[in-house]
Structure formats: C-alpha cells, structure tokens
Design a binder for this molecule. Structure first.
Ligand code: FES
Length: 83
C-alpha cells in the first residue's frame, strides 16, 4: 500500500490542490489501483510557497500540478508497485 497525501491547506488549495487530487483519482481508477493506493488530504505540509505540496509515503514532492501528476504517478507509484 502506498499513501499519497495532497496538501489541502489554504495556500495549496489556492494553487489548485483540488485539481491535483482529481488527477490522482483518475490515475488510480484508470489503473485499477484502488486497493493499493491510499489517497488522502493533508494539512499544511509547511512548504506553502512551493505548493502544491504532496507526500508519497514519506517523500515530500513540491510544485505539483495536474499536468505533472501522470509522470509522478508512473515513477513513484506504478514502478514501485511493479506495474
Ligand atoms: S498549504 Fe500546502 S504546504 Fe502549506
């Protein structure tokens, strides 16, 4: 199980955190990984200026946009799960 936390603090919210969440949801459902990926929101991850901030397991990733989600998902989730 891999956990993805998307910061939904106010700064990241303004930078489009909701769209980032939707982009991850699309990746998870199109690859049928609902049982293997746990997507959740997080409170401010402390890097507001560099948002949208996310955490995949314990790794902090900054400056995430909906456009960058597919590549992040492929490299940090799908490849780790052996897909
Ligand atoms: S609001 Fe997202 S890192 Fe602070």
């Amino acid at each position: 199980m891999i956990s993805i936390q998307v910061c939904v603090g106010s700064s990241c919210h303004l930078k489009g955190a909701h769209d980032v969440v939707q982009a991850f949801k699309r990746e998870i459902s199109s690859r049928k990984l609902d049982q293997e990926v746990f997507l959740t929101g997080a409170f401010c991850l402390g890097r507001c200026i560099d948002g949208v901030s996310i955490k995949i397991d314990d790794e902090l990733i900054l400056g995430v946009t909906p456009e960058s989600v597919p590549e992040i998902f492929l490299n940090r989730v799908v490849s780790v799960l052996g897909g």
